[in-house]
Design a protein around this ligand. Sequence first.
Ligand code: ADP
Ligand code: MG
Length: 150
Amino acid sequence: MKIIETHSPEETYRLGRTLGQEARPGQIFALDGDLGCGKTVFTQGFAAGLGITEPVTSPTFTILQSYHEGRLPLHHFDVYRIVDEDEMDEIGYEDCFYGDGVSLVEWAVQIEDLLPPETLHIRIQKDTEKGFDYRLITISKGEEDEPDRT
Ligand code: ADP
Ligand code: MG
């Protein structure tokens, strides 16, 4: 598990950009954290790291937005509104998760059962005592070494 602290949106963006530069085909990133914690900011950096120049926003209403102009295809999910797995089947998530692109899933906790074991979990947490722009970001693989949620 890796723990990173950021103190501005730019810093979170740069972390995403670095991971985007290093991304490999087939990777899946599960992003979790409260509304406004920075999941989309991270994704915007990640997209930039892949060489995507189009604007990236949360696909809250469409659930999935794919970008094909970068080094690898990027499949950006926002599954906040997902209520059952059939909806994921309908949008063809399997072609994204098990294809040659990279998938980033905002609110991944909603579709936990669909995530393969090699999924990289990125959890972003605020800590108001440490300031408005402070974020604690943990990166871990699989469930067993996830931080304690209590
Ligand atoms: P989410 O997608 O998780 O709902 P967004 O990425 O859309 O959240 O929004 C995050 C908001 O928090 C932005 O307005 C951003 O400017 C702000 N922010 C402040 N500090 C940080 C930080 N350290 N990292 C990321 N975003 C931050
Ligand atoms: Mg978002």
